[in-house]
Structure formats: C-alpha cells, structure tokens
Design a protein around this ligand. Structure first.
Ligand SMILES: [Zn+2]
Ligand SMILES: [Zn+2]
Length: 132
C-alpha cells in the first residue's frame, strides 16, 4: 500500500511522508497538550446521546477539573482501547495516569471506568480490536 490512513485527520497520506505528517499532529502546544489526538473517523464515532456519560474529570492532587473533548469521548465509547496511557490535566499541564483521575459526574476512578468499558467490549466482541 502506497497510502496510509492518518489516525488524526483521516486523510490518505503517502506512506513515505507519513512520519513527518504524523509528527505535525503530535507536536506539543505551548500548554503541553498535544495538538490533536487520535480519534475514530467521524462516521465511525458514537452517534448517540452523551447524557449519562461522564465528561469532566478532576485530579485531586491539584484540584483542577478538565473537560474531555467530545470527539475523544465519542471515539473511546466505540473503541475503549484507543486511549489509556493517561489523560491531560489542565492544572498540571501534563498527562496524568488514569488511576489518579476521577470523573466529577460519578466520582468513579477513570482507570476503573476504562477497565469496565474494555471488559464490556471484549465480552461483546470476544477480543480487543486489532491494532493497526
Ligand atoms: Zn493527518
Ligand atoms: Zn493536575
């Protein structure tokens, strides 16, 4: 395959240029947050209502609440294996392990929440999604 599908902008990019292209998406902004995050293609994202889905998390260490971007929520609801290394904390200006973050709506620990979603996914499909 000459082209590869970019997981950030969902365009077909020549394989030869892809690492350059990808680096642009991953370049850090001045606040430490990545320019963009890997998401599912808009048509593959969760299309339903987000009512009842937690959207803000607090980092008790600094006390700051961060809102999760909607395109990320709609992506992980379909594929809970997409993220997991941690989430960005606006208070600390860096990524924090999920085990240190708590949803403000439910009080649930984010690592536990992700584990639950992954468990439901593998129960439904038999295995985690293939990595590309
Ligand atoms: Zn791209
Ligand atoms: Zn923090």
């Amino acid at each position: 395959m000459l082209f590869t599908r970019c997981p950030y902008c969902h365009k077909n990019v020549l394989r030869f240029f892809f690492s350059n292209h990808k680096a642009k998406h991953e370049a850090s902004r001045s606040d430490g947050q990545q320019n963009e995050y890997v998401t599912l293609h808009p048509t593959g994202r969760f299309q339903g209502s987000l009512s009842g889905i937690p959207q803000c998390y607090v980092h008790p260490k600094c006390g700051v609440v961060t809102r999760m971007p909607e395109e990320i929520i709609r992506s992980y609801l379909i594929n809970p294996f997409l993220y997991g290394a941690g989430s960005f904390c606006c208070g600390c200006g860096k990524h924090i392990p999920e085990s240190e973050l708590f949803w403000t709506e439910t009080g649930q620990n984010m690592a536990e929440y992700t584990r639950d979603l992954r468990g439901q996914y593998t129960q439904k499909y038999g295995a985690p999604p293939p990595r590309d």
